[in-house]
Write a protein that binds this ligand. Structure first.
Ligand SMILES: [Zn+2]
Length: 395
C-alpha cells in the first residue's frame, strides 16, 4: 500500500539523530572485538514515572543497567557501578525534570563514556486522552443544515453525551476541505459562543489539508506542512475562538519529515501520537523515527525527542478497528505493564460515524462508550496532551 522507496530507508538512516540508541544486543564480548560501555536501560529519551523506580523523599530512584568490557572499572554519574561479568548496574536518583546518566568505563583501551538523558514524569497519574482524526463531515453538515445549535449534529451530540457521562475531553483533528466544494471558510462564526461554552472539553486541531492523498506529509517539506497547519488554525480561531484551538495531536497518517518536528514544536505541538507498528517489516505511522526508537515506542507509553522537544505517544487503541468485545481485552493487559499502564492514548476516526461512509460502523458510539467507561472505572482521568507535559493530571 505504500511505495517502497530507497529514499525512505535513506531517510530513516539519517533520521537516527541522537547518540544513544542502538538496539543491537551485545551477547558476548569476545577477544579481539572491542565493545565499549553501553547503557541498556533506561533508554535515551525515556519518560519515567513512579512505576519505573522507587519513590524516595528526594525523587525517583531508578536502576541503570548496561554492559562494559570485563576488566574495566565502571562508574555511573561518578559512583562505582556493581559488576557481574560484562554487565553493570547502578542506581541513579532523578530529582529534576531531565537527568543525564553517564556511564564511564576505564580500562586498557582508555576511557569510554555512554550518555543518555531521561525525563522524570514527576506528577504522573493514570490518565487518558481521546483524539479523533480525519474530521470534516460534521463541519460540512453543520454548515449545510444551518442548525440552531452545534449539538443538533448527531456527532457532536454523541460526543457531548460521553462528556456528560464520563467527563471525557476530546480533540478533533480536522481537514481544511471535504473536497466536494466545502472548505472551512464556509463554516459560519455564529456558533462561536457555543464553542467557547464547551472549550474545556472540546478542542479543534489541524490534521491535514484534505483526506486525499494518503500520507500527505510523509515527503512534504516542513514549510508545506506548516502552511497547511496555519491555514486550518486561522479558520478555527475565526469560527471557534482561541480557547477551542488545540495544536495538532496527530498529523494525518502519522508521518512527517524529521526536519518538520522543530517547526511543529514552534507551532505549539508538544505531543504527537502514532501507531509505531511494523508494516511488512518496516516501522510505520511512526513519524519516520528510527527503528530503535520506533521499537521502543511500540511497547512504551511515551518517548521524548530532545532535538525537537516533542514527546511521542503510542496510540493504545483505535476504536474503529476494535470490535466491542475486543475493547477491554485490548486495554486491560496494558495495565499490567509498568511501561504502558500510566497513559491510555485512545483514538478513532470520524468517518466511521457517518451512515453514508462505505465502512460505516453502527456501533461506533458504543465502542467509545465501552472504552471510556472502562478507563473511567479503572481510575484514569481525562486529559488533553497539549496542555503540559503529556498533561499530567494534577488533583
Ligand atoms: Zn488521518
Amino acid at each position: 500500500m505504500e511505495p517502497r522507496m530507497n529514499r525512505r530507508n535513506l531517510l530513516r538512516a539519517t533520521a537516527a539523530g541522537t547518540a544513544a540508541a542502538v538496539v543491537a544486543q551485545q551477547t558476548s564480548v569476545s577477544a579481539g572485538v572491542f565493545e565499549p560501555v553501553k547503557i541498556q536501560e533506561p533508554f535515551h529519551g525515556a519518560v519515567l514515572n513512579r512505576r519505573n523506580g522507587r519513590q524516595v523523599d528526594a525523587g525517583l530512584m531508578i536502576q541503570v543497567r548496561g554492559r562494559a568490557p570485563l576488566r574495566d572499572r565502571v562508574t555511573v554519574n561518578g559512583s562505582p557501578a556493581r559488576r557481574a561479568g560484562t554487565s553493570f548496574t547502578a542506581e541513579v536518583l532523578l530529582s529534576q525534570k531531565e537527568t543525564d546518566i553517564i556511564a564511564a568505563s576505564h580500562g586498557s583501551f582508555g576511557l569510554h563514556e555512554h550518555r543518555v538523558r531521561v525525563v522524570w514524569d514527576r506528577h504522573s497519574e493514570p490518565r487518558y486522552r481521546f483524539s479523533i482524526d480525519d474530521n470534516s463531515f460534521f463541519l460540512r453538515d453543520i454548515a449545510q443544515k444551518n442548525y440552531k445549535s452545534l449539538f443538533d449534529c448527531f456527532y457532536l451530540k454523541g460526543l457531548r453525551e460521553l462528556h456528560s457521562k464520563y467527563g471525557t475531553r476530546f480533540v478533533l483533528n480536522i481537514y481544511y476541505t471535504t473536497e466536494d466544494g466545502f472548505e472551512l471558510p464556509q463554516f459560519p462564526d455564529r456558533y462561536k459562543s457555543e464553542w467557547q461554552d464547551n472549550c474545556d472539553w472540546l478542542k479543534l486541531a489541524f490534521h491535514a489539508y484534505a483526506n486525499e492523498p494518503a500520507r500527505p506529509y510523509q515527503y512534504a517539506s516542513a514549510s508545506q506542512l506548516i502552511a497547511d497547519l496555519k491555514k486550518v488554525a486561522e479558520q478555527i480561531l475565526r469560527f471557534a475562538g482561541e480557547q477551542s484551538y488545540s495544536p495538532p495531536t496527530v498529523i494525518h497518517w502519522g508521518m512527517v519529515q524529521p526536519q518538520a518536528l522543530k517547526p511543529l514544536y514552534e507551532n505549539g505541538v508538544r505531543v504527537l501520537s502514532g501507531y509505531f507498528r511494523r508494516l511488512g517489516g518496516d516501522w510505520d505511522v511512526n513519524y519516520l523515527l528510527d527503528d530503535a526508537r520506533s521499537e521502543y515506542l511500540s511497547r512504551h507509553d511515551a518517548l521524548m525527542d530532545f532535538d525537537s522537544g516533542i514527546v511521542f505517544s503510542r496510540v493504545d487503541i483505535v476504536c474503529n478497528s476494535t470490535e466491542v468485545e475486543r475493547i477491554v481485552p485490548t486495554l486491560e493487559p496494558l495495565t499490567k505493564d509498568p511501561n504502558q499502564a500510566e497513559i491510555m492514548d485512545i483514538f478513532t476516526h470520524e468517518q466511521y460515524f457517518w451512515p453514508f461512509y462505505s465502512n460505516y460502523l453502527p456501533d461506533h458510539f458504543q465502542r467509545l462508550d465501552v472504552a471510556i467507561r472502562w478507563v473511567t472505572e479503572n481510575g484514569y482521568k481525562p486529559v488533553l496532551f497539549h496542555e503540559g507535559f503529556l498533561a499530567q493530571h494534577r488533583v
